[in-house]
Structures are given as C-alpha cells and as structure tokens.
Design a protein around this ligand. Structure first.
Ligand SMILES: [Ca+2]
Length: 163
C-alpha cells in the first residue's frame, strides 16, 4: 500500500462466530509515507535533476503541506535555496499541476504574480530563496531537491465491534 498522507483502513472481516454474535476486526493503518528531503547544489535541467533523483533517491521533492515545505528549508541548511522541486504542468490539461511520480497538487505556495508562464515556456517549478514557488523554463540549469521515501511505518489500531 503506497499511499502517503492517507489513513488507510482495510477491514479484515473475520467472520468468527462467537455464540450468536459476529465478530469483526477492523485494522486501520496510518501510513507514514514521508521521507527525507535533500538539497543538491549541482546545477541541472529539470529533466536531468528528475533523472538523477529517480536513480539515486526516489524522485524530485514533492511539497504537499506546510510541514513538507519546512522540510525543504531544513534540507538546505535552515534556509531556502533556489532549486527545482517535482512540480510540473500537466502535458494535456495545462491548468493542472502534477507532482513528479504522480498526483495532482492540492497545496501551493506560489510567489506573488506566479505562475506567470513567462514567454509560454514555464512548465516546471523551482523554489526561490524566499521559499515561494515560481514556474520556470525547464532547460535552465538549477540546483534541486530530491526526496527519499522512507520504508513504510504503521501505526495500527484494532477496533472490535460486536453486532
Ligand atoms: Ca514564472
């Protein structure tokens, strides 16, 4: 189950007859799909950076929350540094922003007046030194942020219900 930030409940229905009751066991796992973000100062195009991250880590960094935004700051040494993150424009639906590795973005931290799609060629996103996001030309050479996914950890709760 590779879902991040979601509480996944899968109900394992144990049909154990206990006298005249049916015994259900529900197992809920809060999947901690988070991991570690790292900053890489070597400059690459967005595509090169993505390939590098995928080969050596998991992917370009995704930023799904304020908390993860903060993780990038920590990765760069308690400050924000200019660098690519994994956000890119959907190739077909140009108003939709997707994370490298899948999923539409629902959290945004755009700088004022961004995304502006300057010259109509800004299809990927970089973090600025103020921590805000800017859409940019993917062929510019920039440092980048990679994400390494941790192994899954579970916090399981068992609920029992007699009906
Ligand atoms: Ca821009």
């Amino acid at each position: 189950i590779l879902l991040r930030g979601l509480v996944v409940c899968y109900a394992a229905k144990h049909l154990a007859t206990m006298k005249s009751t049916i015994f259900f066991v529900f197992i809920c796992a809060a999947v901690d799909g988070s991991g570690k973000h790292n900053f890489f100062p070597q400059k690459m195009t967005w595509i090169e950076a993505q390939a590098y991250c995928r080969e050596h880590h998991t992917d370009l960094s995704f930023v799904g929350s304020e908390r993860e935004q903060k993780m990038l700051q920590t990765a760069a040494g308690e400050r924000f540094l200019l660098g690519w993150i994994g956000l890119h424009k959907d190739a077909v639906k140009r108003s939709v922003w997707k994370w490298s590795g899948g999923g539409d973005s629902t959290y945004f931290n755009w700088a004022p007046n961004q995304p502006d799609d300057y010259r109509g060629i800004e299809t990927v996103v970089n973090l600025r030194v103020d921590g805000k996001w800017n859409d940019a030309n993917p062929s510019i050479l920039r440092p980048f942020y990679c994400f390494t996914k941790h192994k899954q950890r579970y916090r399981a709760t068992i609920q029992t219900k007699y009906i």
